[in-house]
Write a protein that binds this ligand. Structure first.
Ligand code: AHM
Ligand code: MG
Length: 348
């Protein structure tokens, strides 16, 4: 049996110049995850279910557990010397003091993804994404440090609080999954070098929004439902409504998760920086693909030069930018991209 801590230290030996800082940072996330896991497991007994009457930066109702999870991770990360600041749905926090000025990394996170599921005992998750700071060491970081393309991530992962709790992460050398053993209080290696199965058979989308979907997406849903022996269609439809849990199932079984834009919300619902990017890094590392329908998610620049030069743009607001997301088994993502491209030609 190998614990997450042992595994990360062993991997670090593969990099001769590694300083151990990333290892320490990942262990802070691991600690935050254990705290969140403990309290989620007894949520019905503690007074932490339901909304807390606060709305977040995007006007969405915050649940008590959203706030609790954010605080648990923030405290675990702030206590370390490796992190200069964090960002989440709750906004950007630039840590104060000398140690933060010299810390190498920044963390973006969705502390409690799928939080509407928590009150009904359905799986939720935590998503994290780690970058090197872009501001020089010795100076306080700025909001722009958090607005890097996903390609610049040096690590990303999630914790899924499901029938068992698992932590899944990548540092760019494959995707590794660890199952939490509550009797030991440790995450233990259960799946090394996870890869998508070549052919997936599951599609995940909120079909209640069907009427609002662009033509290409409607055609892809029709394609999933047609009979075809060679590709094993019809595919199964599975949608939990927690990105982490839907992604996790599709990663292990083979499938595609979709959250498209619609006429009223052209950018969809999911946040590029702390939901789409980390999942896209994991998907690519597992041999899958993640796009917004036409571009690879990891290639999207959230703060291109034209926006940097526009003084009316508040970089704090760019943190919450959204993107359509098509993520999962490569051949399935490419099929939906093809139908999106064909349907856009038909319009003109
Ligand atoms: P959240 O971070 O506020 O929980 O929102 C993100 C979640 C995803 O986990 C999930 O896939 C999606 O929202 C579900 O949205 P919908 O209810 O519109 O299908
Ligand atoms: Mg979320």
């Amino acid at each position: 049996m190998q614990t997450l801590g042992e595994f990360i230290v062993k991997k670090e030996h593969d990099f001769p110049h590694a300083t151990g800082e990333l290892t320490a940072l990942l262990s802070a996330i691991k600690l935050g995850a254990k705290i969140i896991n403990r309290d989620i497991n007894k949520a019905g007994l503690l007074d932490i279910l339901g909304a807390n009457g606060v709305t977040n930066a995007q006007g969405e109702a915050q649940t008590k557990l959203d706030k609790f999870a954010n605080d648990a991770l923030k405290a675990a990360l702030e206590a370390r010397t490796e992190v200069a600041g964090i960002a989440s749905e709750e906004g950007i926090v630039i840590f104060k003091g000398e140690k933060a000025k010299n810390a190498k990394y920044i963390v973006l996170m969705d502390p409690l993804d799928g939080s509407s599921n928590i009150d009904v005992n359905v799986s939720v998750g935590t998503i994290f994404s780690i970058y090197r700071r872009t501001t020089a060491i010795g100076l306080p970081i700025t909001e722009a440090d958090f607005l890097q393309p996903g390609r610049a991530q040096i690590a990303a992962g999630y914790i899924v609080y499901g029938s068992s709790t698992m932590l899944v992460y990548t540092t760019g050398c494959g995707v590794h999954a660890f199952t939490y053993d509550p009797s030991l209080g440790e995450f233990c290696l259960s799946h090394e070098k996870v890869r998508y199965p070549t052919q997936g058979h599951i599609y995940s989308i909120n079909e209640g929004n069907y009427i609002k979907f662009p033509l290409g997406i409607k055609e892809y849903i029709k394609y999933c439902q047609q009979e075809d022996e060679a590709t094993g269609r019809p595919y199964s439809s599975r949608y939990i409504g927690s990105l982490v849990a839907d992604f996790h199932r599709n990663l292990l079984k083979g499938g595609i998760y979709m959250y498209p834009g619609t006429a009223s919300y052209p950018q969809g619902k999911l946040r590029l920086l702390y939901e789409c990017n980390p999942m896209a890094f994991l998907a690519e590392e597992a041999g899958g693909k993640a796009t917004d329908g036409t571009r690879l998610i990891l290639d999207i620049d959230p703060y291109p030069n034209e926006l940097r030069q526009d003084l009316k743009i508040d970089p704090k607001k760019l943190l919450h930018q959204r993107s359509p997301l098509f993520i999962g088994s490569q051949s399935m993502v490419e099929k939906v991209e093809q139908l999106i491209a064909e349907s856009s030609k038909n319009i003109f």
